[in-house]
Design a protein around this ligand. Structure first.
Ligand code: ZN
Length: 373
Protein backbone atom coordinates (compact mmCIF):
# COMPACT_ATOMS: atom_id res chain seq x y z
CA UNK A 1 0.00 0.00 0.00
CA UNK A 2 1.77 3.12 -1.21
CA UNK A 3 -0.90 5.66 -0.21
CA UNK A 4 0.20 7.74 2.78
CA UNK A 5 -2.89 9.92 3.11
CA UNK A 6 -4.82 12.83 1.63
CA UNK A 7 -2.92 16.11 1.65
CA UNK A 8 -4.43 19.59 1.44
CA UNK A 9 -2.97 21.37 -1.57
CA UNK A 10 -3.05 24.71 0.26
CA UNK A 11 -2.28 24.37 3.98
CA UNK A 12 -0.55 20.98 3.77
CA UNK A 13 -2.72 19.24 6.40
CA UNK A 14 -2.62 15.44 5.93
CA UNK A 15 -5.66 13.24 6.57
CA UNK A 16 -6.06 9.49 6.74
CA UNK A 17 -7.09 7.93 3.42
CA UNK A 18 -9.29 5.50 5.34
CA UNK A 19 -12.03 8.11 5.73
CA UNK A 20 -14.24 9.55 2.99
CA UNK A 21 -13.15 13.15 2.55
CA UNK A 22 -13.64 15.72 -0.19
CA UNK A 23 -11.96 18.93 0.94
CA UNK A 24 -9.62 20.13 3.69
CA UNK A 25 -11.43 20.65 7.04
CA UNK A 26 -9.19 23.60 7.92
CA UNK A 27 -9.19 25.65 4.72
CA UNK A 28 -11.70 23.96 2.32
CA UNK A 29 -9.06 23.48 -0.40
CA UNK A 30 -8.75 20.37 -2.60
CA UNK A 31 -7.05 17.23 -1.35
CA UNK A 32 -4.38 15.30 -3.20
CA UNK A 33 -3.63 11.61 -2.71
CA UNK A 34 -0.17 11.29 -1.17
CA UNK A 35 2.05 8.31 -2.06
CA UNK A 36 5.28 6.91 -0.70
CA UNK A 37 7.32 7.11 -3.90
CA UNK A 38 10.43 5.77 -2.11
CA UNK A 39 8.52 2.50 -1.76
CA UNK A 40 7.95 2.37 -5.52
CA UNK A 41 11.37 3.58 -6.71
CA UNK A 42 13.62 0.78 -7.92
CA UNK A 43 10.82 -1.78 -7.98
CA UNK A 44 9.34 -0.77 -11.34
CA UNK A 45 10.89 -0.63 -14.80
CA UNK A 46 9.49 -0.14 -18.30
CA UNK A 47 10.18 -3.83 -18.93
CA UNK A 48 7.97 -4.81 -16.01
CA UNK A 49 5.27 -2.36 -17.14
CA UNK A 50 5.47 -3.61 -20.75
CA UNK A 51 4.64 -7.09 -19.51
CA UNK A 52 1.24 -5.89 -18.32
CA UNK A 53 -1.95 -5.21 -20.30
CA UNK A 54 -2.01 -1.65 -21.72
CA UNK A 55 -4.73 -0.05 -19.59
CA UNK A 56 -4.87 2.41 -16.71
CA UNK A 57 -4.26 -0.50 -14.29
CA UNK A 58 -0.83 -1.10 -15.86
CA UNK A 59 0.38 1.63 -13.47
CA UNK A 60 -1.38 0.17 -10.41
CA UNK A 61 1.47 1.09 -8.03
CA UNK A 62 0.49 4.72 -8.60
CA UNK A 63 -3.20 4.12 -7.95
CA UNK A 64 -5.04 3.95 -4.63
CA UNK A 65 -5.46 0.30 -3.79
CA UNK A 66 -8.96 -0.97 -4.43
CA UNK A 67 -10.20 -4.31 -3.13
CA UNK A 68 -10.60 -6.36 -6.36
CA UNK A 69 -14.15 -7.17 -5.27
CA UNK A 70 -15.09 -3.54 -5.84
CA UNK A 71 -13.23 -2.71 -9.04
CA UNK A 72 -15.62 -1.66 -11.83
CA UNK A 73 -14.07 -1.96 -15.28
CA UNK A 74 -15.30 -1.89 -18.85
CA UNK A 75 -12.26 -1.37 -21.02
CA UNK A 76 -11.25 2.15 -19.99
CA UNK A 77 -7.72 3.48 -20.52
CA UNK A 78 -5.09 2.11 -22.88
CA UNK A 79 -6.25 4.56 -25.56
CA UNK A 80 -4.37 4.99 -28.87
CA UNK A 81 -1.81 7.72 -29.47
CA UNK A 82 -2.42 8.58 -33.13
CA UNK A 83 0.21 10.32 -35.21
CA UNK A 84 -1.17 13.28 -37.14
CA UNK A 85 -1.35 12.72 -40.87
CA UNK A 86 -1.85 16.31 -42.04
CA UNK A 87 -1.94 19.02 -39.37
CA UNK A 88 1.42 18.22 -37.74
CA UNK A 89 3.23 18.69 -41.03
CA UNK A 90 1.36 21.93 -41.73
CA UNK A 91 2.34 23.26 -38.30
CA UNK A 92 5.93 21.97 -38.50
CA UNK A 93 5.57 19.91 -35.30
CA UNK A 94 5.57 16.22 -34.50
CA UNK A 95 1.89 16.07 -33.54
CA UNK A 96 0.05 13.18 -31.86
CA UNK A 97 -3.54 12.82 -30.73
CA UNK A 98 -4.27 10.99 -27.48
CA UNK A 99 -7.65 9.48 -28.21
CA UNK A 100 -9.49 9.77 -24.91
CA UNK A 101 -12.71 9.93 -26.92
CA UNK A 102 -12.34 6.15 -27.39
CA UNK A 103 -13.01 5.27 -23.76
CA UNK A 104 -16.20 3.23 -23.07
CA UNK A 105 -18.56 6.22 -22.73
CA UNK A 106 -16.65 8.39 -25.20
CA UNK A 107 -14.61 10.58 -22.84
CA UNK A 108 -11.56 10.59 -20.53
CA UNK A 109 -13.91 10.56 -17.53
CA UNK A 110 -14.09 6.74 -17.54
CA UNK A 111 -10.57 6.35 -16.17
CA UNK A 112 -11.48 8.46 -13.15
CA UNK A 113 -14.89 6.84 -12.71
CA UNK A 114 -13.37 3.35 -12.63
CA UNK A 115 -11.06 4.34 -9.76
CA UNK A 116 -13.46 6.67 -7.93
CA UNK A 117 -16.42 4.27 -8.01
CA UNK A 118 -14.17 1.43 -6.82
CA UNK A 119 -13.19 3.54 -3.80
CA UNK A 120 -16.84 4.55 -3.24
CA UNK A 121 -17.96 0.91 -3.16
CA UNK A 122 -15.06 0.01 -0.89
CA UNK A 123 -16.32 2.74 1.45
CA UNK A 124 -19.77 1.14 1.45
CA UNK A 125 -21.54 3.54 -0.92
CA UNK A 126 -25.09 2.44 -1.75
CA UNK A 127 -26.32 5.41 -3.75
CA UNK A 128 -24.23 7.82 -5.80
CA UNK A 129 -24.89 11.50 -6.44
CA UNK A 130 -23.00 13.77 -8.82
CA UNK A 131 -23.17 17.04 -10.76
CA UNK A 132 -22.17 17.20 -14.39
CA UNK A 133 -21.92 19.24 -17.55
CA UNK A 134 -22.54 15.90 -19.33
CA UNK A 135 -19.49 13.66 -19.67
CA UNK A 136 -19.06 12.99 -15.94
CA UNK A 137 -22.75 12.05 -15.74
CA UNK A 138 -22.73 9.66 -18.70
CA UNK A 139 -19.63 7.95 -17.34
CA UNK A 140 -20.99 7.62 -13.78
CA UNK A 141 -24.41 6.47 -15.06
CA UNK A 142 -22.80 3.69 -17.13
CA UNK A 143 -20.41 2.48 -14.43
CA UNK A 144 -23.14 2.60 -11.75
CA UNK A 145 -25.38 0.53 -14.03
CA UNK A 146 -22.60 -2.02 -14.38
CA UNK A 147 -22.03 -2.08 -10.61
CA UNK A 148 -25.78 -2.27 -9.85
CA UNK A 149 -25.75 0.99 -7.88
CA UNK A 150 -28.33 3.79 -8.07
CA UNK A 151 -27.16 7.17 -9.40
CA UNK A 152 -28.74 10.63 -9.10
CA UNK A 153 -27.26 13.20 -11.47
CA UNK A 154 -27.76 16.98 -11.34
CA UNK A 155 -27.31 18.78 -14.64
CA UNK A 156 -27.50 22.47 -15.62
CA UNK A 157 -30.69 23.43 -17.45
CA UNK A 158 -28.95 23.74 -20.84
CA UNK A 159 -27.57 20.16 -20.93
CA UNK A 160 -29.57 18.13 -23.40
CA UNK A 161 -29.31 15.91 -26.45
CA UNK A 162 -27.36 12.65 -26.55
CA UNK A 163 -25.66 13.11 -23.16
CA UNK A 164 -28.97 13.41 -21.28
CA UNK A 165 -30.40 10.45 -23.18
CA UNK A 166 -27.25 8.45 -22.47
CA UNK A 167 -27.53 9.03 -18.68
CA UNK A 168 -31.24 8.19 -18.60
CA UNK A 169 -30.89 5.03 -20.66
CA UNK A 170 -28.45 3.69 -18.07
CA UNK A 171 -31.26 4.10 -15.54
CA UNK A 172 -29.87 7.13 -13.69
CA UNK A 173 -32.23 9.67 -12.08
CA UNK A 174 -31.41 12.90 -13.90
CA UNK A 175 -32.44 16.18 -12.22
CA UNK A 176 -32.24 19.45 -14.16
CA UNK A 177 -31.12 22.48 -12.15
CA UNK A 178 -32.05 26.07 -12.92
CA UNK A 179 -28.50 27.41 -13.22
CA UNK A 180 -24.98 26.42 -14.25
CA UNK A 181 -22.57 23.63 -13.27
CA UNK A 182 -21.73 25.21 -9.91
CA UNK A 183 -25.46 25.36 -9.00
CA UNK A 184 -25.77 21.66 -9.93
CA UNK A 185 -22.74 20.91 -7.79
CA UNK A 186 -24.37 22.65 -4.79
CA UNK A 187 -27.44 20.43 -5.14
CA UNK A 188 -25.29 17.31 -5.27
CA UNK A 189 -23.42 18.46 -2.17
CA UNK A 190 -26.76 18.98 -0.33
CA UNK A 191 -27.74 15.38 -1.14
CA UNK A 192 -24.45 14.16 0.24
CA UNK A 193 -24.96 16.12 3.47
CA UNK A 194 -28.70 15.57 3.98
CA UNK A 195 -29.40 12.20 2.38
CA UNK A 196 -26.12 10.40 3.07
CA UNK A 197 -25.49 9.76 -0.60
CA UNK A 198 -21.93 9.20 -1.81
CA UNK A 199 -20.76 12.21 -3.79
CA UNK A 200 -18.70 11.52 -6.91
CA UNK A 201 -17.03 14.07 -9.16
CA UNK A 202 -13.78 15.98 -9.39
CA UNK A 203 -12.61 14.96 -5.90
CA UNK A 204 -9.37 13.28 -4.73
CA UNK A 205 -9.69 9.82 -6.34
CA UNK A 206 -10.92 10.89 -9.78
CA UNK A 207 -7.67 12.65 -10.67
CA UNK A 208 -5.81 9.46 -9.74
CA UNK A 209 -7.54 7.59 -12.57
CA UNK A 210 -7.12 10.50 -14.96
CA UNK A 211 -3.40 10.87 -14.30
CA UNK A 212 -2.82 7.58 -16.13
CA UNK A 213 -3.19 9.60 -19.35
CA UNK A 214 0.25 10.99 -18.43
CA UNK A 215 1.65 7.54 -17.66
CA UNK A 216 0.42 6.21 -21.00
CA UNK A 217 1.85 9.13 -23.00
CA UNK A 218 5.28 8.64 -21.36
CA UNK A 219 4.99 4.91 -22.05
CA UNK A 220 4.86 5.70 -25.80
CA UNK A 221 6.74 8.92 -26.29
CA UNK A 222 9.14 11.46 -24.81
CA UNK A 223 6.81 14.42 -25.38
CA UNK A 224 7.89 18.08 -25.25
CA UNK A 225 4.41 19.51 -24.75
CA UNK A 226 1.04 18.05 -23.76
CA UNK A 227 -2.00 20.17 -24.60
CA UNK A 228 -5.47 19.70 -23.08
CA UNK A 229 -8.70 21.54 -22.34
CA UNK A 230 -9.37 22.81 -18.81
CA UNK A 231 -12.82 22.53 -17.19
CA UNK A 232 -12.53 21.81 -13.47
CA UNK A 233 -8.75 21.41 -13.88
CA UNK A 234 -8.74 17.85 -12.49
CA UNK A 235 -7.46 16.32 -15.71
CA UNK A 236 -4.61 18.79 -16.10
CA UNK A 237 -3.55 18.43 -12.50
CA UNK A 238 -3.81 14.63 -12.80
CA UNK A 239 -1.81 14.33 -16.02
CA UNK A 240 0.94 16.54 -14.59
CA UNK A 241 1.01 14.44 -11.41
CA UNK A 242 1.36 11.33 -13.59
CA UNK A 243 4.45 12.75 -15.31
CA UNK A 244 5.94 13.97 -12.02
CA UNK A 245 5.64 10.61 -10.31
CA UNK A 246 7.31 8.77 -13.21
CA UNK A 247 10.26 11.15 -12.78
CA UNK A 248 10.25 10.85 -8.97
CA UNK A 249 10.46 7.06 -9.21
CA UNK A 250 13.25 7.10 -11.81
CA UNK A 251 11.18 5.89 -14.76
CA UNK A 252 11.72 9.09 -16.76
CA UNK A 253 14.35 11.83 -16.74
CA UNK A 254 12.25 14.79 -17.81
CA UNK A 255 8.62 15.87 -17.95
CA UNK A 256 6.82 17.74 -20.74
CA UNK A 257 5.37 21.22 -20.46
CA UNK A 258 1.62 21.34 -19.89
CA UNK A 259 -0.54 23.67 -21.99
CA UNK A 260 -4.06 24.32 -20.67
CA UNK A 261 -6.71 25.59 -23.08
CA UNK A 262 -9.97 27.27 -22.03
CA UNK A 263 -12.82 28.87 -23.88
CA UNK A 264 -12.79 32.69 -23.78
CA UNK A 265 -16.26 32.60 -22.19
CA UNK A 266 -14.95 30.51 -19.29
CA UNK A 267 -11.28 31.42 -18.88
CA UNK A 268 -10.89 31.35 -15.10
CA UNK A 269 -7.47 29.69 -15.05
CA UNK A 270 -6.00 31.59 -18.01
CA UNK A 271 -7.02 34.92 -16.43
CA UNK A 272 -5.42 33.91 -13.13
CA UNK A 273 -2.18 32.99 -14.89
CA UNK A 274 -2.06 36.36 -16.64
CA UNK A 275 -2.50 38.12 -13.30
CA UNK A 276 -0.07 35.77 -11.57
CA UNK A 277 -2.78 34.67 -9.11
CA UNK A 278 -2.70 31.34 -7.28
CA UNK A 279 -6.47 30.93 -7.45
CA UNK A 280 -8.72 30.92 -10.53
CA UNK A 281 -10.67 34.06 -11.35
CA UNK A 282 -14.38 33.36 -10.90
CA UNK A 283 -16.42 33.53 -14.13
CA UNK A 284 -20.00 34.41 -13.11
CA UNK A 285 -21.85 33.36 -16.25
CA UNK A 286 -19.74 30.91 -18.24
CA UNK A 287 -20.69 30.96 -21.89
CA UNK A 288 -19.13 28.68 -24.47
CA UNK A 289 -20.05 26.20 -27.17
CA UNK A 290 -17.67 23.76 -25.43
CA UNK A 291 -20.19 22.94 -22.68
CA UNK A 292 -18.09 20.10 -21.23
CA UNK A 293 -15.53 22.63 -19.93
CA UNK A 294 -18.01 25.29 -18.84
CA UNK A 295 -17.01 25.46 -15.15
CA UNK A 296 -16.92 29.08 -13.95
CA UNK A 297 -15.51 28.20 -10.51
CA UNK A 298 -13.27 25.18 -11.25
CA UNK A 299 -12.95 22.74 -8.34
CA UNK A 300 -9.29 21.98 -9.08
CA UNK A 301 -8.43 25.36 -10.59
CA UNK A 302 -5.68 26.00 -8.01
CA UNK A 303 -4.02 22.71 -8.80
CA UNK A 304 -4.27 23.32 -12.54
CA UNK A 305 -2.55 26.70 -12.09
CA UNK A 306 0.19 25.05 -10.02
CA UNK A 307 0.65 22.34 -12.67
CA UNK A 308 1.00 24.92 -15.45
CA UNK A 309 3.57 26.89 -13.43
CA UNK A 310 5.56 23.87 -12.24
CA UNK A 311 5.82 22.46 -15.76
CA UNK A 312 6.82 25.90 -17.13
CA UNK A 313 3.81 25.58 -19.40
CA UNK A 314 1.16 28.07 -20.44
CA UNK A 315 -2.54 28.78 -20.62
CA UNK A 316 -4.43 29.95 -23.67
CA UNK A 317 -8.02 31.09 -24.21
CA UNK A 318 -9.75 30.43 -27.55
CA UNK A 319 -13.00 31.74 -29.00
CA UNK A 320 -15.98 29.57 -29.87
CA UNK A 321 -15.15 30.19 -33.55
CA UNK A 322 -11.61 28.86 -32.96
CA UNK A 323 -13.07 25.73 -31.32
CA UNK A 324 -15.55 25.07 -34.13
CA UNK A 325 -12.81 25.58 -36.74
CA UNK A 326 -10.53 23.10 -34.90
CA UNK A 327 -13.38 20.60 -34.68
CA UNK A 328 -13.90 20.88 -38.45
CA UNK A 329 -10.17 20.48 -39.15
CA UNK A 330 -9.93 17.40 -36.95
CA UNK A 331 -12.87 15.83 -38.74
CA UNK A 332 -11.93 16.79 -42.30
CA UNK A 333 -8.15 16.50 -42.20
CA UNK A 334 -7.47 13.82 -39.58
CA UNK A 335 -10.68 11.76 -39.65
CA UNK A 336 -11.20 12.38 -35.94
CA UNK A 337 -14.70 13.27 -34.74
CA UNK A 338 -14.51 15.23 -31.49
CA UNK A 339 -17.03 17.13 -29.42
CA UNK A 340 -16.35 20.86 -29.02
CA UNK A 341 -14.41 20.49 -25.74
CA UNK A 342 -12.52 17.62 -27.35
CA UNK A 343 -11.32 19.92 -30.14
CA UNK A 344 -10.40 22.76 -27.76
CA UNK A 345 -6.81 21.58 -27.25
CA UNK A 346 -6.18 21.68 -31.01
CA UNK A 347 -7.74 25.15 -31.12
CA UNK A 348 -5.16 26.21 -28.52
CA UNK A 349 -2.29 24.86 -30.62
CA UNK A 350 -3.56 26.61 -33.76
CA UNK A 351 -4.01 29.91 -31.94
CA UNK A 352 -0.61 29.79 -30.26
CA UNK A 353 1.33 28.12 -33.03
CA UNK A 354 4.34 30.43 -32.66
CA UNK A 355 4.94 28.97 -29.19
CA UNK A 356 5.53 25.49 -30.65
CA UNK A 357 9.07 25.00 -31.91
CA UNK A 358 9.81 23.25 -35.21
CA UNK A 359 9.97 19.48 -34.74
CA UNK A 360 8.70 19.51 -31.16
CA UNK A 361 6.83 16.39 -30.02
CA UNK A 362 3.38 17.65 -29.09
CA UNK A 363 0.52 15.54 -27.72
CA UNK A 364 -2.97 16.96 -28.16
CA UNK A 365 -5.70 15.39 -26.03
CA UNK A 366 -8.98 14.61 -27.76
CA UNK A 367 -11.08 14.36 -24.60
CA UNK A 368 -14.59 13.61 -25.90
CA UNK A 369 -16.29 12.02 -28.91
CA UNK A 370 -18.30 14.05 -31.45
CA UNK A 371 -21.20 11.60 -31.24
CA UNK A 372 -21.90 13.00 -27.77
CA UNK A 373 -23.19 16.31 -29.09
ZN1 ZN B 1 -6.07 23.00 4.02
Amino acid sequence: MHVKGLKCVDCGEVYSAKEVRYFCDSCSSSLDVLYDYDEIRGKLSWDILDGRVFSHMRYKEFLPLIDPEFVVRMGEGGTPLLESTVLGEKLGIDLYFKMESLNPTGSFKDRGTSVELGKALEHGAEEIVTATTGNMGTSIAAYCARAGVKARIYVPEDVGGPKLKHMREHGAEVVKVDGDYNDAEERAWEDKEENEMYLMGDYPYRGEGEKTVGHEIADHLDADKVVMPVGNGTLLHGVWKGFKELKKTGLTEKSPQMVGVQAEGCDSVVKALKKNQKKPELVEDPDTVADAISCGDPLDGDQAITALKESEGSGVAVSDEDILEAKKMLAEEEGIYAEEAGATALAGILKNREKFKQGEKVVCLVTGHGLKT
